[in-house]
Write a protein that binds this ligand. Sequence first.
Ligand SMILES: C[S@@+](CC[C@H](N)C(=O)[O-])C[C@H]1O[C@@H](n2cnc3c(N)ncnc32)[C@H](O)[C@@H]1O
Length: 444
Amino acid sequence: MNPKRGRTGRRRKKKVLGTSTGNPSHERQYVRLMRWMKERGFRDKRLRTAHFPDTGRGLMSAQRLQPGEIIISLPESCLLTTDTVLSSYLGKYIRGWRPPVSPLLALCTFLVLERYLGAQSPWQPYLDVLPRAYDCPVYWEADTVNFLPDPVKQKAMKQRRTVQELFSSARPFFRSLNPLFPDIVEEILTYEALRWAWCTVNTRTVYKKHAQRECFTAEPDVYALAPYLDLLNHSAGVQVEAAFNEKSRCYEIRTMVQYKKFQQVFICYGHHDNQRLLLEYGFTAANNPHQSVYVTKDTILQFVSINDKQLQKKWSLLKENGFLENLTFGRDGPSWRLLTACRLLCLGADELYEMCFVFNHHTCWKKVLLGSFVSESNDRTSMELVRKICLHCRRPGCGRGYWISSQKSEKSADPHLVLVEALRREESEILTSSADVLQKEDAI
Ligand SMILES: C[S@@+](CC[C@H](N)C(=O)[O-])C[C@H]1O[C@@H](n2cnc3c(N)ncnc32)[C@H](O)[C@@H]1O
């Protein structure tokens, strides 16, 4: 009996498809990729590609994996770095170009040109499995970016400017490549192509440090595209060790958690909140333990007295000491940085420069920045200020606690609006939770 026929066979087939990407042309791409990797010395069979309902394409365990076990070991010959670029046809153009290009631009240019070369590129099997587009804000419609909460919106706009500026500044270098692709180099190295390559590098590279080279700008050269390994998705809850092993000359990832056979295998991209995941990787993670709500300087300024003669001085002290960045609310209340900034802003006129002889002769403002108690009144007024800020952030119209349903119906085809909505929903939950914590503290 043919095991693929009949009910059992059909069930068995369904199960296999359920764990694969389910698309035959994609399947062929992975077969080609694996063959190509094998030619380059990759022998691993511990992971395999799969499609997951919540995270999309990823890798799953083909066997039980134990904590401490290496889950993937990628030979150096599979890595695409600036070494690859310099040893290619682009090398002499990069070495001869002044002012030097950045390592990032070199990689991006190489990716675009190799994609253009198609079957002539030795990297084709890898390039074929790369996404055609990304979900980072640089890909979004300008209108959609406007729906982001303010601090993320600023960063998203900065990201768009960064890529636009990179493109503008790179055009003379691109034109210098004319001898390689007469007449059409500007049609290949377009803004859209550079944006794709920029996102490819930013969302998929692993860290591999290269010594600084004269042919590049001084920006850190730390990128390595790692075929197949870059199919691993992110989870905040896993611990891995990942590094290039100088002895084995392989990029290795070791899991610190256990996986059953057929479970999705994750790595952790860093202790990132959802704003950062959205900006850098184009997704938000449900139940992200690092999620927080950012408070802008402008919001804080709305609630401090403009009659405070020391306001400017206090503001400069916060700025000089790096306390005007990353001011957040979390599920367990305001962050220490936000609280500290508020405590400094609430120091009384006579308190700011008052010397404290008990604590290393520091002035009160210094004491606040070091996290020490100053006075009951400072504690009370700063908590009031934090509560006001929290209340303000929760207000509909502040741009956080309301739903963007009207836009949603008009723009239901915009997948990025879903990301904005997820971010806003989570922010609203965090602010509610923060407000509860603040209320409880008030009651004590
Ligand atoms: C290094 S790649 C991982 C493989 C990727 N899923 C793919 O199909 O090519 C990083 C990208 O995967 C997606 N991703 C990673 N972790 C995710 C997660 N937990 N949930 C949703 N998307 C995730 C994001 O699009 C991110 O930019």
